[in-house]
Every structure is written in structure tokens, then in C-alpha cells.
Design a protein. Structure first.
Length: 307
């Protein structure tokens, strides 16, 4: 019914970055990537993290063996406990853990925690100081709430794939699971804010994050320009959407990665290339004009250089 262990490592093998959060105990009900990314922040900073796994997950968590790089990356510095939360005895063990915990993080589909009777309202009765964090694909309410969340889908729905890749080549996913990672990091930030609030009120609360909301937030200035100015962002490849010359440029023996802005940095850039004439060219006299004339502005000059 219950068994404790360390994830393939001895207790002495826990090597947190610091002990700043060693006064906190975290119950980890997460799996896959977004949830573990959140909890990993607390484990790395010294919190006592207890990873609770259902028996069916034992040995793997969707990322190969426990000793593998991906699993250890996500679940390092944690203790582990196997509990069958579908069994009343397993639920009771979890409640006993919750009574002495500061934080609980879960990333079930929203209805699952209610079916298991481990939702925030239920567990807050066991521990009113508990900070309960939920990470989902599409939020705890709304028309898509019951859908499973996947990084690839959230990248597309949130708009990231529309602005990623070379112009005219169609949507491209980011090379990292940015929806999973950002949803987990936003949840961790929310928990830290809730901890600060608890130090004043003495009460816990329910923190929520989702892959889709994280992706919309990560769209940042592209999303703001759409909402405020009605501009539809487009793919810009390695170029910056507005600040030029910024991008990857081919030279005689490879590629060079350049990032510049306006003002003094633009002037120093031109002098470093020995291209003072660009400073006098009216087509490049402002950031807006350099962006509009991006193809002609720098590439012919940089192509003669060696990296």
C-alpha cells in the first residue's frame, strides 16, 4: 500500500543548490514535465520534497528508467513514496502528510483530483495553511478544462509556433518544451508569492497555472501589439521582429550571431565593421528604417568577414 525510497539515490546524494527553502515540505503529485519543473525549483533550493507516485507509475514516469538522465533531471533531490490514491488507506496516508506540509503541487486533469477527493477544498480542511498548486493544460474551468495538455498543442494554440521559424515556411515548434517549462515556472512563482502572503495572513490558498495561459503570457510584446494595435505578428526567422541588425548572418567561413539596438550601439557596430558609410545612409537612420531595409542593410558587408 505504501513504500518509501529515494529515486535510485541514497539520501546523502541529495545535493541542493542551497538551503534557503529547507524549512519547507512539499508534496509532489506531479508527473511528465510541467509539474516536475515547478517542484524541481523547491527541491534544488533545499525543500524537503516527497514525490508521491501511483503504483502504476513505479519505475517510470513517461521518461524512461529512474536512473536515466531525463527522469533524474526532473526529480533530483526528492524523496519518494508509492501510494494508491484510489484506495481509502492511501488517501489517508496522503492526508497525514498534508497536515505537516507547506505546499502540494499536482498536474492532474481538473476532474481527477475531485474524483480522488484530494482537491484543494478537501485538503485545506486538513491543513488551512496548505498552499495547493494546480498545473493543467487549459485551466481549472472553461470549455477545454477536461482536455489533456501537451506542450506541442499549447505552443500552437498560444501563438508561439506562428512566430517561430523562417518566413513562409509555416508554423514551427520551439526546440525546447517551452509551454511545459514556463507553466511550471509560473506555478513556482505563484507558490512563492502565496508563501509570502501566508506569512501575513496565516492562510494557504490555491495557485493555478496552465500550459495555454503560460504560452499566451510568453508571447509578450507580440500579444500586446495584437491586443492594443491589432498587429498580427509574423515569422521573422533568426531576425529580431523590430530591432535590426539582429540575427544570424553568413560569413566566408561560417555564421555569426549579432544583436544590436539603436543609438550608440548601432554606431559602435558600424565602426567595428569599418562600415561608417552606413551611418550616413538615410535608409538606416532609424530602427524602423533599418528593420524595413533589413536584407540590404548588413548582410552584404558581413558576408566578407571571417568568424
Amino acid at each position: 500500500m505504501a513504500r518509501t525510497r529515494i529515486n535510485g539515490l541514497s539520501q546523502e546524494s541529495r545535493v541542493p543548490s542551497a538551503t534557503a527553502l529547507s524549512h519547507l515540505r512539499v508534496i509532489d503529485l506531479t508527473r511528465v514535465r510541467a509539474g516536475p519543473t515547478c517542484v524541481k525549483q523547491f527541491a534544488d533550493w533545499g525543500a524537503d520534497v516527497i514525490k508521491v507516485e501511483m503504483p502504476a507509475q513505479e519505475g517510470e514516469d513517461g521518461f524512461g528508467p529512474r536512473e536515466g538522465s531525463d527522469f533524474q533531471n526532473l526529480h533530483r533531490n526528492k524523496r519518494s513514496l508509492t501510494l494508491n490514491l484510489k484506495d481509502a488507506r492511501g488517501s489517508e496516508v496522503l492526508k497525514r502528510l498534508v497536515r505537516k506540509a507547506d505546499i502540494l503541487v499536482e498536474n492532474f486533469r481538473p476532474d481527477v483530483k475531485h474524483k480522488l477527493k484530494i482537491d484543494y477544498e478537501t485538503l485545506a480542511r486538513e491543513n488551512p495553511r496548505l498552499i495547493y498548486a494546480s498545473i493543467s493544460g487549459f485551466g481549472q474551468d472553461g470549455p477545454y478544462r477536461a482536455r489533456a495538455g501537451f506542450d506541442q498543442v499549447a505552443q500552437g494554440m498560444g501563438g508561439l509556433m506562428w512566430v517561430t521559424g523562417l518566413p513562409g515556411h509555416g508554423p514551427v515548434r520551439a526546440g525546447i518544451p517551452v509551454a511545459d517549462l514556463s507553466a511550471g515556472l509560473f506555478a513556482a512563482l505563484g507558490v512563492l508569492i502565496a508563501l509570502q502572503e501566508r506569512s501575513i495572513s496565516g492562510k494557504g490558498q490555491w495557485v493555478q497555472s496552465s500550459l495555454l495561459s503560460a504560452m499566451v503570457t510568453m508571447m509578450d510584446f507580440q500579444a500586446a501589439r495584437w491586443l492594443v494595435e491589432g498587429q498580427i505578428p509574423a515569422q521573422a526567422g533568426n531576425d529580431h521582429p523590430t530591432s535590426m541588425p539582429t540575427g544570424v548572418f553568413k560569413t566566408t567561413d561560417g555564421h555569426i550571431n549579432i544583436a544590436t539596438t539603436g543609438g550608440a550601439i548601432w554606431q559602435r557596430f558600424c565602426k567595428a565593421l569599418g562600415a561608417d558609410a552606413m551611418l550616413e545612409n538615410p535608409d538606416y537612420s532609424s530602427s524602423k528604417l533599418r528593420s524595413a531595409n533589413r536584407k540590404a542593410a548588413v548582410s552584404p558587408i558581413i558576408s566578407r568577414f571571417r568568424v
